[in-house]
Write a protein that binds this ligand. Structure first.
Ligand code: ATP
Length: 310
């Protein structure tokens, strides 16, 4: 049974049709990246799963439990991190986490241990006596994650956990998410930045104007779109004759001499990169660098969404 199962979800806010027939499934242990521009309907879909939007049509289930019919049972199984961290004045980190541990009805005797564990996991132990307000944005995000881990939920619903973070804080959040997947959590994570999720997610769903425009592994999406791949190479003593030979290699679409490298554009084919490498070796040239470009997901996104907005 999938952990998350959504079928034909529709959500209206008055006249606004924010979610228009979204269906998705997330099996246990997967990290599902929900990607789309502002206003696409990501937060709305996540809020439905978090039992915060009762007025929707279609079905939403978590571990087979109907979200609309059993919100209480659902809340025990999920950790929801909203896109905005609420304001908590005059609370330090210890008080903040103990407050939520009480709200999650964790027995009083266990709270200290539980709070200690989540602080350790999020690397905030040294901040336990600091005011929540005084934390940096990255630390606040980690604290928000610590909070949703208190009751050890199986499913994490994380709405833009890395937004507004500097590169270091972003990497820290990414590392933390990796640790959580290793613990066997199932994660739904949203972002409007594709490459932020590319290395983390086992599957992605691209949503635009309330509709799912593509779904699958990054490889699947890449293949669906038949995007070109680019391989950057540096060859010792490459001259025009060598470039000409490269152009003749099967699967090569074009070859461009750049300042310090040659950019080789390949037609889509799962083995194209390996074939290119073998062919270059058989040409007898010495390879100083061979670097397939990371998937060009920004192009994929533009191609998929065509700039529609809700
Ligand atoms: P973002 O990246 O900006 O958070 P999103 O993909 O999460 O975007 P949603 O917040 O789900 O998008 O918004 C989807 C649509 O619903 C938008 O057009 C938004 O303006 C509208 N919307 C969201 N919340 C409300 C609300 N409470 N009342 C009215 N309209 C809303």
């Amino acid at each position: 049974m999938p952990v998350v199962s959504i079928e034909h979800l529709h959500v209206h806010y008055g006249p606004i049709h924010a979610v228009r027939g979204i269906s998705l499934e997330i099996p246990q242990g997967e990290v599902y990246g929900f990607i789309g521009p502002n206003g696409a309907g990501k937060s709305t879909t996540i809020k439905v799963l978090a039992t915060l939007l009762p007025n929707f049509t279609g079905t939403a289930r978590i571990n087979g439990i109907d979200v609309a019919a059993n919100p209480r049972a659902i809340r025990e199984q999920i950790g929801y991190m909203p896109d905005f961290f609420g304001v908590y004045e005059d609370l330090n980190v210890r008080e903040y986490l103990h407050f939520f541990a009480a709200a999650y009805r964790i027995p009083r005797k266990q709270r200290k241990t539980v709070v200690g564990n989540v602080l350790e996991l999020t690397d905030l132990t040294h901040k336990i006596s600091d005011q929540v307000d005084s934390l940096s944005r990255g630390m606040k995000q980690r604290l928000a994650l610590a909070r949703v881990l208190l009751h050890d939920p199986q499913l994490l619903l994380l709405d833009e956990p890395a937004s507004g973070l500097d590169p270091r804080a972003r990497i820290e959040v990414r590392e933390l998410l990796k640790a959580l997947t290793e613990m066997g959590k199932t994660i739904l994570i949203s972002s409007h930045i594709l490459h932020e999720l590319a290395h983390l997610c086992t599957r992605v769903g691209i949503i635009e104007a309330g509709q799912m425009v593509a779904q699958g592994s990054l490889e699947d999406i890449y293949r669906q779109l038949q995007l070109m791949r680019i391989v950057h190479v540096r060859l010792v003593g490459a001259d025009e004759a060598v470039l000409e030979k490269i152009r003749e290699i099967e699967g090569v679409e074009n070859v461009e001499q750049q300042v310090d490298r040659i950019a080789i554009r390949l037609r889509d084919n799962p083995a194209a990169v390996e074939t290119l490498h073998e062919s270059l070796c058989s040409l007898g040239v010495r390879i100083h660098m061979f670097q397939p470009e990371a998937m060009d997901m920004e192009t994929a996104f533009m191609k998929l969404t065509e700039g529609k907005t809700a």
